[in-house]
Design a protein around this ligand. Structure first.
Ligand code: MG
Length: 165
């Protein structure tokens, strides 16, 4: 069995007039995140982590912002596609761990729903998906409330022990 890991990072800027999507969940807030797609930093970071684990490039290569196909796209599409690419390479996702970095809104009340969404998209159980949150202690662009950042790590393993075809 081969086990590999990948890392992902994403950041998007707050803007008025868009829904705030984090981890596939719409979170009530005064601002949403700006971006070509729905700007879900959590799902983008996980997508990059999965692609990274399989050395399949990054989200920008697979879903170029210049391609109108992805305008306002739901980021679940990116996540599921990355998972399929990983599967095609002979791997399955094992677990995901995410840190969301934001001054506001509070992430905690939405963590379970995010975990359920992500687990559903990746054919995992909720116990395989971790979402943590922290602030930036008032420092930097996140500290000034200008946007949200997310870090993710994904572990994948060659098909066999945990999953059978
Ligand atoms: Mg992004």
């Amino acid at each position: 069995m081969i086990v590999r890991t990948g890392i992902g990072y994403d950041v998007h800027r707050f803007v008025e007039g868009r829904p705030l999507m984090l981890g596939g969940v719409e979170i009530p807030h005064t601002h949403g995140l700006d971006g070509h797609s729905d700007a879900d930093v959590v799902l983008h970071a996980i997508t990059d982590a999965l692609l990274g684990a399989a050395a399949l490039g990054d989200i920008g290569q697979h879903f170029p912002p210049s391609d109108p196909t992805w305008r306002d796209a739901k980021s679940e599409v990116f996540l599921v596609h990355a998972c399929q690419l990983v599967n095609r390479e002979g791997f399955v996702a094992v677990n995901i761990d995410v840190t969301v970095i934001a001054e506001e809104p509070k992430i905690g009340p939405h963590v379970l729903e995010m975990r359920e969404k992500i687990a559903g998209a990746l054919n995992l159980t909720v116990d395989d998906v971790s979402i943590k949150a922290t602030t930036n202690e008032g420092m930097g662009f996140v500290g000034r409330g200008e946007g949200v950042a997310a870090l993710a790590i994904a572990t994948i393993q060659s098909r066999g022990l945990k999953f059978t075809e």
